[in-house]
Design a protein around this ligand. Structure first.
Ligand code: GUN
Length: 294
């Protein structure tokens, strides 16, 4: 069994990006600038955004954190989005999800200018991704593809089963795995809450991508010997015995499933860190595009 070490690979990618930033600086160019918007005080979201801002510092990007109160109105958030769209200093930005319930998430994501949408959530970018055109590919699916590629995991002709059809992970990774090109050419089954006989379908999989958010959902008896397991779940499970009051669990029963897997991502340290590295990669791409377009 080989561990797909997202922590190590993401550090390699950050080193590559940092080297690129150094060259930009040496040429007297502006360095990439990422802004992150967060509304409210959700603990997990604050942690993620904090990691994204720290990662910017690590590679030499500029970063701006816009932290808004839970009571922010949709109109106020849309105003900020509009300001960021027009700010020439900001190459790309993200609006951290989930947003408070009184704000229409779709409306906000549609308002982000596609050229600054380094999350790749705008329909223009999602559509380009689906059509295999150059675009910002959402960080989590992009990170999974990069991880498979860097470990030389064969996907061509394999049966990949994706669990979960979210717009952020399940749906886009199912498209990418089926595309022509690197870490593609798989035969993909996209499963969801209405799928019948999920364990049986999973047992036929050469590759399983689980993006469900249910701790320990994928058990060893649902996995074929030698399967490749990608665990996208990051759930905080309350635990009074821990100092933080919780522990992080993936969707996969790691101890039992790793005995059968050929490759498997750990949680934490698998897909999570890759997501941040790919967000940086998209921000670098945004800056290079802005530079090249004058
Ligand atoms: N919430 C969970 N994942 C993500 C992500 O990749 N981007 C944003 N903006 N919010 C998220």
């Amino acid at each position: 069994m080989t561990l797909l070490d997202g922590k190590k690979v993401s550090n390699d990618i950050k080193d590559e990006i940092a080297a690129e930033v150094q060259q930009m600086k040496a040429r007297g160019e502006k360095v990439p600038h990422l802004a992150a918007v967060i509304v409210g005080n959700d603990g997990a979201s604050l942690t993620y955004v904090g990691s994204k801002v720290r990662a910017c510092k690590r590679v030499g990007f500029e970063s701006t954190l816009k932290q808004l109160p839970e009571t922010t109105t949709e109109e106020e958030l849309l105003e900020l989005v509009n300001t960021l769209n027009q700010d020439p200093d900001i190459d790309g930005y993200i609006v951290q999800l989930p947003l408070p319930r009184h704000i229409d998430e779709e409306k906000v994501l549609m308002a982000v200018h596609p050229d600054k949408d380094v999350d790749g959530f705008h329909p223009t970018n999602f559509g380009k991704m689906a059509l295999e055109l150059e675009t910002f590919i959402s960080a989590t699916p992009f990170g999974i593809i990069e991880l498979l590629q860097r470990y030389g995991v064969e996907t061509s002709g394999k049966h990949a089963v994706v669990i979960g059809r979210s717009h952020i992970v399940g749906r886009p990774i199912s498209i990418l795995l089926s595309q022509k090109g690197p870490a593609g050419n798989a035969t993909v089954t996209l499963t969801h809450s209405r799928t019948q006989n999920l364990p049986e379908i999973c047992r036929q999989a050469d590759i399983i991508v689980s993006a469900l958010g249910v701790p320990g959902f994928l058990k060893a008896d649902m996995v074929k010997e030698g399967a490749v397991i990608i665990d996208v779940g990051i759930t905080r499970v309350p635990d009074e015995t821990r100092e933080r009051g919780y522990y992080i669990s993936g969707d996969v029963d790691f101890e039992a499933v790793s005995q059968k897997a050929s490759f498997i991502t750990p949680v934490p340290g698998g897909v999570g860190p890759m997501t941040i590295a790919m967000l940086l990669k998209n921000t670098l791409l945004a800056r290079q595009r802005n530079r090249d377009n004058g």
